[in-house]
Structures are given as C-alpha cells and as structure tokens.
Design a protein around this ligand. Structure first.
Ligand code: TRP
Length: 455
C-alpha cells in the first residue's frame, strides 16, 4: 500500500543526482569550518577518533534509516511521519519528530547563515589582495574587525539568506540540482591543492600528529558529546533534511550504497580540511583551540604566502560559500515542503517565509558576536554558541535517536526490509546497529555528558 507513493514535489532525475544533492547538503561549513575548530578545541586525535566511530556506528545506520523513512512516506518529514504512523496504526505522537526537525532546521540555519556570511565577506577580502604577505596579527585583526561590526555581518547574513531562499523557491529539479552538480567536485579539488600546500609547510608533521594521534586525556565527556553531535551535524542527520531528500529518491535506487557513498565523501572532505589547516596552525605558532574563527585566521595566511594566492584564496572562499549554500537549502526544505503540502502555499512564499524566519533568529547571532557578546544565554554561551550547542549536541542526536527507534522498532520489519533492499548478513548488521547500537550509544553519551553516569 505505501510502497507506491509518489512525491508531490517531483523526484531527482537519478540516484547520482540524489547523491550529489545529499552530499551537497552534508558537505558544508560543518566540514571545513566546524570540524577543524572543534577538533582543535577538544584536543585533536581522540576527538577525531570518537567522531569517526560515531559516523560509522551511528551516523551511517541512521542515514540509511532516515532515507528509507523519507522514501517510504514521500512527503515532508511531518507528513511522512504522519503517513507511516497511519500505515501501521502507531502512536500519533511520532509526528513530533517532524516538528522537532523543522525547529532544529530554523535554529541551525539562523547561525549557519551568519558564518556563511563571513565566507562571503572573505571572497571580497581575498580578491582585493588583503591577505597578500600578511602576518598572523594582521589576519586576526581582519577577522576581529568583521566580527565586531554588526552592520557588515548583517549585510552578509542577509545576502546569504536571499541566495538560499532563491534556490529553494525554484524547487527540486531546477533549483537544487543545478547548484550541486559542478561545485562540489571543484571544492574537493581545491582542498586537495590546499592539502598539497600544507604538506610542504614546516608544521606539517606536528599538525598531522595533532589531528591523528589520540590523546584521550584531552577529551572530556562534553568533548565526546560534541564529537557525536558533529557526526550528526556533518551528515545533515536528525532533523529531516536527509529524510525530505530521500522522499525525492527514485524507488529503485539502493539506499545503503547511496548512504555509504555520501558518508565517505563527507568524511573525506572533513579530514582533508583538517590536514590542510592544522599544519598552518603550527607553522605560524597559532593556537588550535582558538574557536570558531580558526579557518578564517589560518587559511588566509596560506593564501597570503603562496604563489597565485589571490586567485586560490578567492576561489576557495567562493567554493566555501557554495558548499554552505547547498547545505543551507536542505535546512528549510522540510518546512517548505510542509507549507506547500498542507497550506497549499506556492514554493516562493513558502521559501520566503521559512528563510525570513531563520533570518530573524539569526539577528541574535549577529549581535552576540559584538554588542551583545557579554550576554550569557546559557552556561556561558552567547546566543550564537547556544543555538549551535542546542541543535548539534541535543536536538540532532535526539532526532536521530527517535528516527533509529522508529525504523528499528516501530516500523514493521517487512516494510523496512522491502525499502532498504538489504538481505542476509548485511541486513542483520544494519538492523542490529540501528536497533541496539545507535539508541544505546546516543543514550550513553547523553547520560555521560549530563553527568548522570561516569565522570
Ligand atoms: N551538514 C551540513 C554541514 O556540515 C549542515 C547541514 C545541512 C545540516 N543540513 C543539515 C546539519 C541538517 C544538520 C541537519 O555544513
């Protein structure tokens, strides 16, 4: 009965396009901006190891679950959950998963757009030659000036949100597909170039050792929570983005193969970013734990010193903007699809309303970097830090946990098997992971971080 649903919003033209779109969603600021600074703040190697373990044992199984739920329901996450609940007469409260995701998407986009705005502004800085021959004091001052100026931040935040709304308004095929087809491969190539540059720097060995040699003494319970949160964040899991993309996936595409490809590409990009950045940190005597400004304070040094740096620097920040753009569109797509389905809105007003709401919430992040930087929302976090912490470390893992329980325990095994297309040992491995390892893993890390167990 349910397997033959078709999506009201259209379909990806092929499995490959879905992979590109989902990779476009997954690869973004999370890989290039967030992963390096979080690894830096949490002591490096041990964080990276926990992060990789979370990708393999929690992230990948949940991604398969999230795509299969989406394709089974073929609607916005809210309506997909409603439809699957109705299919099996399950508890109606499961719809909450869809709403939790919509809320998380708004919150993430609100600060994501501000950071994407930094990248936009750095396209101009790079092109104007501002990095050429600059030392680290100059580069740090450049970043602090930007952060300290609410009007400039507002301008770039607004521009980025307009770009995001523009693509989402155009719909699945003409809007989303075109944005990812060429830009992802280009970004990847440029990262390889940067990594090559880093390999020649004097801090390469130290940088690589920092990133890859685990020092578990440097990893706190909150660091473990952050590594798990980052695994969800970087794969775009737990809020319905991958679910709604899955709802546009052709019925004959293999979900596990697709998910594995996406996770592999995403992880490769994050590791490459780390390998490009940490050698620079050590070569220039900077601190790996300097926080969210890390890539904006290190990469310009490399561009300022390398031949062709104006060109490479401009191109890099431009591609970073594109990577952020293809991620941002997936953050409001669940809400947009819902408004189109249930309120009969056109895609244009739905995109404007959703993006506009995230823009307003983002104003809080803009001012929390300057005029309101002393304003403590929650345990020493500013609004910017709080929105990030709440979504990455709590809402996404919670959403992922619920998705895992729904796919692993609530949906009938036959429906799950039919949709996921795995048999034999592979099916048992995945089913075991999503039924036991994911819920227990997320649960333990939650309890550990709140101090209820362990130290
Ligand atoms: N994964 C993206 C990144 O790494 C961000 C992102 C896009 C996201 N859609 C998401 C994060 C959905 C969580 C949920 O930059």
């Amino acid at each position: 009965m349910s397997a033959q649903r078709t999506s009201y919003h259209g379909q990806w033209s092929s499995r490959w396009i879905f992979i590109m779109a989902a990779t476009g969603s997954a690869v973004g600021l999370g890989n290039i901006w967030k992963f390096p600074y979080m690894a830096g703040e949490n002591g490096g190697g041990a964080f990276v190891l926990v992060y990789l373990a979370c990708i393999a044992t929690i992230g990948l199984p949940v991604m398969i679950g999230e795509i299969l739920i989406g394709r089974r329901g073929r609607q916005s996450p809210i309506n997909t959950m409603r439809a699957l609940v109705a299919d099996g007469s399950h508890w109606a409260g499961w719809r909450f998963v869809g709403w939790l995701g919509v809320l998380a998407g708004f919150l993430i986009l609100s600060f994501y757009s501000v950071v994407a705005g930094w990248s936009l502004s750095y396209v101009g800085e790079a092109a104007s030659g501002a990095f050429v021959g600059a030392d680290s004091a100059t580069i740090t001052a450049l970043f602090n000036d930007l952060k300290g100026d609410p009007w400039r931040l507002l301008f770039w935040h607004t521009l980025f949100m307009v770009l995001t709304i523009g693509v989402v308004a155009r719909g699945v095929q003409s809007g989303l597909e075109q944005a990812v087809r060429y830009l992802m491969p280009a970004l990847f190539l440029l990262l390889v170039v940067l990594t090559g540059y880093a390999m020649q720097s004097s801090g390469f060995d130290e940088g690589l050792a920092f990133l890859l040699r685990p020092d578990f003494g440097a990893l706190s319970a909150d660091g473990i929570l952050a590594a798990m949160g980052q695994a969800f964040f970087t794969l775009s899991l737990g809020m319905g983005a991958i679910m709604v993309y899955g709802s546009y996936l052709p019925g004959d595409a293999s979900i596990p193969r697709t998910a594995a490809t996406i996770a592999l590409m995403d992880t490769t990009v994050a590791l490459l970013a780390g390998i490009a950045i940490f050698p620079l940190v050590f070569t220039h005597g900077l601190s790996p734990g300097s926080g969210p400004g890390l890539i904006f304070e290190t990469l310009p040094l490399a561009f300022g010193a390398m031949p062709g740096g104006v060109f490479f620097g401009t191109l890099f920040f431009l591609l970073l903007v594109f990577a952020a753009w293809t991620s941002a569109i997936s953050l409001i797509e669940p809400m947009v699809a819902y408004l189109v389905e249930n309120r009969d809105w056109g895609r244009v007003p739905a995109a404007v309303a959703s993006g506009g709401a995230a823009w307003v919430v983002g104003l809080g992040s803009v001012v929390s970097l300057n005029v309101a930087s002393g304003f403590d929302i929650f345990f020493g976090l500013t609004w910017f830090g709080f929105a990030d912490y709440l979504t990455s470390n709590i809402m996404l893992p919670l959403g992922g946990l619920l998705i895992a329980i729904f796919a692993g325990w609530v949906m009938p095994r036959s429906a799950v098997m039919e949709e996921v297309g795995l048999t034999g040992l592979l099916f048992r491995v995945w089913y075991g992971l999503i039924r036991y390892i994911t819920p227990v893993g997320v649960g333990i890390i939650f309890l550990h971080a709140t101090g209820l167990i362990g130290g």
